[in-house]
Design a protein around this ligand. Structure first.
Ligand code: C2E
Ligand code: MG
Ligand code: MG
Ligand code: MG
Length: 288
């Protein structure tokens, strides 16, 4: 009997795998025309100063407006685009769109753009970035590139070269999803980052897990020693914000401050000032 159940479970598992593979193949096929059919949408999410709550930047986050499936989040197609190599074209599209939008914002507000391992491993990546800055007229100082640890382990020397070239141009480079890779500390030791973004898994367990709180405090200490700011991702409530502020995080990002919005809906300066006031008022209860 046990054998039969085992066999059944294996069959279900294999069916599930086949189903998942089929779905991915369909997405990969649809992805091919995503740029020519104008289906990519640039969304942005605010990043705020942890103490003053003022806007400090926007992160560009990609969405796919699929003709039948509707709006698809980055997590559901970026990994597939990475496997097919399409991320190279898509990544360039995002960079262009993000820089184009950012030139129309307040000149103090930077944009950060996520980069994939494959992009970083191409020797022409810094040249592409430089070209886009020239074409769009965005000053290099207003562009930030976010790298996760997985971007780095693939081709250590090439990536180090790319990071140095970007920083020489004046572009800043952040370490994204800090704390979730194999060796976050080793990566910090070997690569010159301008900011640490602590992964949202730590933020989201602040209230329940003393270890998460300890890890966040350690990340802040590291940031202080390296003289670079630490941003906490995924902030959803006041309790988390209060801990992060007290711990010394410089910046915060998350649904508490705003969900990703279409880049064309970025508020004007005046509207932004009102939003900051509104945020301060709403959160006043928990601040001293
Ligand atoms: P990420 O760079 O760590 O981006 C943050 C993700 O967390 C975003 O998901 C964002 O919508 C979500 N998020 C923000 N605040 C909160 C919060 O308070 N609570 C919760 N539960 N989630 C929050 P998204 O947009 O689905 O992006 C997922 C990942 O896809 C990104 O993680 C990034 O690694 C990748 N990605 C997004 N856009 C691009 C892109 O243009 N190029 C590349 N290469 N990767 C991208
Ligand atoms: Mg990011
Ligand atoms: Mg992140
Ligand atoms: Mg992430």
């Amino acid at each position: 009997r046990a054998k039969r159940i085992g066999g059944h479970q294996i069959k279900t598992y294999v069916d599930g795998m086949e189903e998942a593979n089929r779905r991915q193949a369909v997405i990969a096929a649809d992805l091919k025309s995503v740029i020519s059919d104008d289906q990519l949408r640039l969304y942005v999410q605010p990043q705020n100063d942890a103490r003053t709550l003022e806007l400090t930047g926007y992160e560009a986050l990609l969405r796919w407006e699929h003709p039948e499936k509707g709006l698809i989040g980055a997590a559901d197609f970026i990994p597939i685009a990475e496997r097919t190599g399409q991320i190279l074209d898509i990544g360039q599209w995002v960079l262009e769109a993000a820089c184009q939008h950012a030139v129309s914002w307040d000149p103090a507000i930077p944009v950060s753009v996520n980069a994939s391992p494959l992009q970083l491993s191409r020797s022409n990546y810094p040249a592409i970035v430089s070209q886009i800055l020239i074409e769009t007229g965005l000053p290099a100082q207003r562009l930030e590139i976010e790298l996760t640890e997985s971007s780095i382990i693939e081709d250590h020397d090439r990536v180090l070269q790319a990071i140095k070239a970007l920083r020489d141009m004046g572009v800043r480079v952040s370490m994204d999803d800090f704390g979730t890779g194999y060796s976050s500390l080793n990566t910090l030791q070997n690569f010159p980052f301008d900011k640490i973004k602590v992964d949202r898994v730590f933020t989201q367990s602040i209230e329940t897990d003393p270890r998460s709180r300890a890890i966040i405090r350690s990340a802040v200490l590291l940031g202080h020693s390296f003289k670079i700011p630490v941003l906490a991702e995924g902030v959803e409530n006041k309790i988390q914000l209060d801990f992060l502020t007290e711990a010394g995080c410089a910046q915060v990002q998350g649904f508490l401050f705003g969900r990703p919005i279409p880049a064309s809906d970025v508020p004007s300066n005046v509207e932004q000032a009102l939003l900051t006031e509104e945020l301060r008022t709403n959160l006043a209860g928990s601040r001293q």
